[in-house]
Design a protein around this ligand. Structure first.
Ligand code: F0G
Length: 435
């Protein structure tokens, strides 16, 4: 389909060619989105073609993003695509998590099964491909860790130079390790995510570096495919709810856009409701949603779920509109709730990083508040892999985890490793006692 960049603000809707290097509307400062025109795709035919593409070894068709390219802005430009065969992430039944949340059934779409272990890969393949199409040589982002890991990998694969800005001391070691291993120029700035984003935007303009944070509309387009693939895996049966964690609020904006387009083109008859979950120490969007009035950023966001430690989310206007349109809601969860939910997801044999567990903690709270019915069809999104933050896991299970303000987090589902002597009789005795 033909596509252009359009201002998201309803009163503006100024449009710009896809080749523009823009992150905000020059006319009004609003966020930008990709808008499609031209002949609409035929849903019945497309669904069947998308399913058949799964069977081939062609790089584009075996990517869980590019398989759905008819809903991406790369008509006649697929020669620029850089893919690591992202997407293709599992939709898993999690009975123990369902019991924990008092639901009859709960499924998780695990974006941690991506090449760099997070949902960012769905967006980054699209963003990095656009950088190539524009002829850019350098790409940059500020990140709480996952975006930088993903950017570093895709830039390396695309032959682009990556410059990564991180809040010093505030990202997990696993994510920092990925960025440096993939060869990115890595700058640890003594400031928080929101402050660094402002800095990076100035630098990107000054130095002509292509910015690949989720303010970039091409990232959002790629992340739409998380929902498209989920519905494909559900044989296009629409769930009642999709629940996901929120930080900068790009992902929920992408989900909402995907659902809008799928309903518009007749792929699904109605939209599921979207619920986004924030950590209570970094929950400006929760406050805005429930208190109304103007949006107030949180000056000093705090949470051990460092991936969503963001106080001034750029995509909040999109997120608000998309959640409202879906009849959804916004929830917040405590550090203890995140930690316990994470351990339960582990006990399902699935596992995830702390921010991802906000999904289950939020589902449990929404169920307890009566917003979710026991029999409703709920899909939780796990955004990052269990190995992203092993330090958090160890400290939780050892009873050493403390919240940002020093409050101890109880290991309600703790599973301490035991040190034993090199003595078969003693070990046999221990195992008999405890089993
Ligand atoms: N979950 C994980 C694991 C994340 O890394 C992020 C964001 C989110 C949830 C929230 O998604 O920002 O679209 O609302 N991480 C970004 C980063 C900010 O830099 O890696 P969002």
């Amino acid at each position: 389909m033909q596509a252009e960049l359009v201002c998201f603000e309803p009163n503006c809707r100024a449009s710009y060619p896809l080749s523009s290097v823009l992150y905000n509307c020059p006319a009004c400062g609003g966020l930008l989105e990709v808008s499609y025109a031209g002949p609409a795709p035929d849903p019945i035919h497309r669904k069947s073609v998308w399913r058949q593409r799964r069977l081939t070894n062609d790089p584009l068709n075996s990517s869980g993003v590019w398989r759905y390219r008819e809903l991406l802005p790369f008509d006649d430009a697929t020669q620029h695509v850089v893919t690591l065969r992202e997407g293709n992430t599992a939709l898993l039944d999690a009975p123990a998590a369902a019991r924990y949340a008092s639901l009859d059934r709960l499924r998780f779409k695990h974006q941690g099964f991506n090449p760099t272990g997070s949902f960012k890969d769905n967006g980054m393949t699209c963003g990095a491909s656009q950088a190539r199409r524009l002829g850019m040589s350098r790409v940059a982002c500020v990140s709480t860790g996952n975006t930088s890991a993903s950017l570093a990998a895709y830039a390396a694969a695309a032959g682009l130079q990556a410059v990564i800005f991180l809040p010093h001391g505030n990202i997990s070691f696993g994510k920092l390790a990925q960025a440096i291993e993939y060869g990115a120029r890595t700058l640890q700035v003594e400031a928080n995510f929101d402050q660094i984003l402002a800095l990076v935007r100035t630098l990107a303009e000054k130095l002509g570096i292509y910015l690949l944070n989720s303010i970039n509309p091409f990232r959002i387009e790629g992340q739409k495919t998380i929902v498209i693939e989920m519905l494909d895996q559900l044989d296009w049966q629409v769930p009642d709810w999709i629940v996901l964690p929120g930080g900068n609020l790009g992902n929920v904006s992408a989900f909402g856009k995907a659902l809008r387009e799928l309903v518009h083109y007749g792929f699904i008859p109605r939209s599921p409701r979207l619920a986004v979950v924030q950590a209570e120490g970094a929950a400006p969007f929760y406050e805005f949603w429930h208190a109304g009035g103007p949006f107030h950023p949180v000056g000093h966001p705090e949470t051990l779920a460092t991936a969503i430690k963001i106080g001034d989310p750029v995509s909040w206007p999109k997120a608000a509109q998309e959640i409202r349109a879906s009849g959804g809601t916004v929830e917040k969860v405590s550090e203890q709730e995140i930690a316990d939910a994470k351990a339960i997801i582990g006990r399902c044999g699935i596992g995830c990083e702390p921010a991802s567990a906000a999904s289950l903690a939020g589902i449990r709270n929404l169920r307890a508040a009566g917003l979710l019915g026991a029999g409703e069809d709920v899909v939780g999104v796990l955004t990052g892999n269990v190995l992203k933050d092993p330090d958090y896991i160890y400290r939780y299970h050892m009873g050493q985890l403390e919240g940002p303000n020093g409050t101890p987090i109880a290991p309600h589902f703790g599973n301490r490793p035991e040190v034993v002597p090199n003595d078969a009789d003693r070990i046999a005795q221990l195992l008999e006692e405890k089993c």
